[in-house]
Design a protein around this ligand. Sequence first.
Ligand code: PLP
Ligand code: COI
Length: 346
Amino acid sequence: MNASDQKQSLNWSELGFQYKKTDSRFRAVWRDGAWGEGEMISDEFIAIHEGAPSIHYAQQCFEGMKAQTAPDGRILLFRPDLNAQRMGRTAERLLMPHVPEEMFVRAVRDTVRANASWVPPYGSGASLYIRPMLIGVGENLGLKPAQSYEFRVFVSPVGPYYKTAGLGTIKLAVSEMDRAAPSGTGSYKAGANYAGGLLATKRAQELGANEALYLDSRERRFIDEAGSANIVVVMRDGTVVTPKSDAILPSITRRSIMTLAEKKLGLVTEERPIELRKEIVNFSEAAACGTAAVLSPVGSIWFDGDWHDVGNPEHVGPVMQQLYDLLVGIQKGEADDEFGWTVDVA
Ligand code: PLP
Ligand code: COI
């Protein structure tokens, strides 16, 4: 065992989803039309100008990824090219410079490698959460794009996002507030989308839910997504359905789950509007999915003043269990990566 194989002495299985300072982070600056090389640094603080557009006008965006340890000790990323492309799409929407895909993936790999002792060991149930972020940092006052930008990647070992045991069910409460407007920024990973959701999450938690569920903001009929995850539903006829909406984040986890449902389980899959009140009687299973949420079965949903159960409200259903096992098996390098989704950080 060499020094980089030494692990921190943490109680990995007790970790929640909290920030834990690790050794190094990647930092690169964009100035005068070009990115610098970038470097690994130890300082977790960012000194920026008080006029920076990221802190006034939310000209910033981020990504969320995970690294996992495989049984043979390799450290695996999951589809990092898609996170790089999504950050590029968000950057374009917010008039920020692209972080080239090569630089994005290199920064993620370097940061994970530099913090190898913080990557939870195989079998611990924990993973290393990776947070790439792009912020407008230069001096500014008027509402216009920043003159310079900082791209950072930091990591933190994490446990489950929702407080449930194992694959325990979560509860969602339909929000009376909207997350995103039609033709707004809902489909981009912009921090601005999340600040507005803090109160909705608080209200949902006051009702006993884990998180808010948003319906489409035009008619409040169709499922959009949860505060930090997309939604997937197994209908009584066995079809796997996920909402079609321009206002939701295009989740990489959801895209992978839909592929697994179709290609590995042979199920019919559909992306279409899902009318909650009308269709819930036909739901046999539902789940929230995302990098942080992984696949979290939904047991009940609050709307119109009442709780409505989905399948068995206490237990994950058989299809979601299979999808979870398939997804996590690939992410952890336990199963054959037949779609070529994982990337070794070495
Ligand atoms: N929806 C929202 C609002 C999110 O914040 C996330 C998390 O990234 C997701 C969905 C899931 O996306 P992904 O699977 O790419 O992590
Ligand atoms: C993720 O799943 O990576 C996210 O970005 C969700 C975040 C709110 C924790």
